[in-house]
Design a protein around this ligand. Structure first.
Ligand code: ADP
Ligand code: ASP
Ligand code: MG
Length: 413
């Protein structure tokens, strides 16, 4: 008998037909005798609708109340799934994150899991029940409901798999697995059979929303292998697992585009020690994650600093931080640019191959795509470009790096 954690994303429980079909899949597994812990997201689109509703009543909503609101999406879907299973004669019980023993810190909207006390889950498994847990939520220090960041049900699943020492953690979604690029952007993208935690972490952080980045960080830390697969068919998916030597043979595993960031430029800052520190301290204290940073060369004793942040945090910066930044950093103004995209190429093979950055810049230059910011690590290269060029750039890189279905030169099969 195996202990399996299964996670069904919003697209897999989009409507009651899909919920019933997920229930049938779960029942089949249970009939084989496996212990099942099922994590469910809100029905597709519900979280976005709740966010829009909140903004209608308050354009600058309080984060504690937002978490209270957003967590209701997952409460609907776990209860509906439990009811669907009962209808099929399968014993099941649903839990909120708090009931499941998921304890977090108090960073509303992107809380970190501190510990899991799975006592209730274990008791119910022993009674032969399928345990259904609301994804994306936990309980903070003062008992407030917290949420784990967009896409956070993936993290709930990984954390439960680690805490319960599950034999398998399956992520069910609306694609057959992790592809060499988002199949919506590059129609000839190929499914990857095996990918390392590090590559998946980079791809996820760089826009491949098929997995939440923090869930992969957690999976790597606790050695959890994940299988990403479709809830619509029985085809084998993608295994996300620890790195093996042969994985380095592939130079580029995949390409991605991220359109969720915005670029800010703080202009005419006195070029003196401590200004950059002050700027980023203010952002850090507001729990805003800064990604790329570029500082211009100072010519006249003043400098400009550009950096990217999540677009979702722009309102907060404008309303609550902009004045303070300007004053304390003594900047002239803050410019906001939401029309950017970050495109990236990722692969652990880059460690042992040179010239990949040059190739990437050449591919973009040949298509007349201007590069505004660059960031590299051992296994990735990212460029910020104009948003409208993102799709074109992803396709061009995907083809030129030989990732497409018709060109198996650089493939892993
Ligand atoms: P879920 O509702 O199951 O959590 P998501 O919408 O969060 O699903 O993630 C699945 C989507 O991720 C796919 O429909 C696909 O468009 C997108 N995606 C982006 N990059 C990739 C990639 N490299 N491989 C597979 N899917 C990707
Ligand atoms: N419902 C949440 C979201 O839309 C969490 C998730 O889907 O994983 O981000
Ligand atoms: Mg998701």
């Amino acid at each position: 008998m195996a202990r399996i954690v299964q996670k069904y994303g919003g697209s897999s429980v989009r409507d009651t037909d899909r919920i019933l079909s997920v229930a049938r899949r779960i029942k089949q597994c249970r009939d084989r005798g496996d212990d099942l812990i099922v994590v469910v997201s809100a029905m597709g689109g519900v979280t976005d609708r709740l966010i829009a509703l909140a903004k209608e009543v308050n354009p600058d909503p309080n984060e504690r109340e937002m978490d209270m609101l957003l967590a209701t999406g997952e409460q609907q879907s776990v209860a509906l799934l439990a009811l669907a299973l009962h209808g099929l004669g399968c014993p099941a019980i649903s839990f909120t994150g708090a009931q499941a023993g998921i304890e977090t810190d108090d960073t509303h909207s992107k809380a970190r899991i501190r510990s899991i006390q799975p006592r209730r889950i274990r008791e119910r498994l022993e009674q032969g029940k399928v345990v259904i847990v609301a994804g994306f939520q936990g309980r903070g220090d003062d008992d407030a409901i917290t949420t784990l960041g967009r896409g956070g049900s993936d993290l709930t699943a990984v954390a439960l798999a680690a805490a319960l020492k599950a034999d398998l953690c399956q992520i069910f979604t609306d694609v057959d697995g992790v592809y060499t690029a988002d199949p919506r952007l590059a129609p000839d993208a190929r499914k990857i059979d095996r990918i390392s935690h590090d590559e998946m972490l980079e791809l996820a952080s760089l826009g491949a929303k098929v997995m939440q980045a923090r869930s992969i960080e957690f999976a790597k830390k606790f050695g959890v292998d994940l299988e990403v697969r479709s809830s619509l068919n029985d085809r084998p998916g993608t295994l996300i697992t620890k790195e093996t030597k042969d994985m380095e043979d592939v130079v580029i595993r995949g390409v991605s585009a991220d359109r969720t960031e915005a670029k800010l430029t703080v202009t005419h800052i006195p070029d003196r020690p401590g200004r950059a520190a002050r700027l980023f301290q203010i952002l850090a204290a507001a729990a805003i994650n800064v990604d790329m940073i570029v500082q211009n060369v100072s010519a006249d004793g003043f400098t400009d600093i550009s950096f990217t942040v999540p677009r979702a945090d722009l309102d907060k910066i404008r309303r609550r931080l902009a004045d303070r930044i300007q004053k304390e950093v003594q900047a002239e103004e803050i410019l906001y640019d939401e029309r950017i995209a970050k495109i990236s190429a990722v692969g652990i093979g880059m460690r042992s191959h040179s010239g990949i950055a040059a190739r990437m810049f050449t591919i973009l230059a040949e298509r007349d795509i201007n590069i505004e910011m660059i960031a590299t690590s051992e296994i990735k290269i990212s460029c910020v470009i104009r948003e409208h060029a993102a799709e074109h750039a992803v396709r061009a890189l995907h083809t030129a790096f030989g990732l497409g279905r018709d060109d198996r030169g650089a493939s892993d099969e």
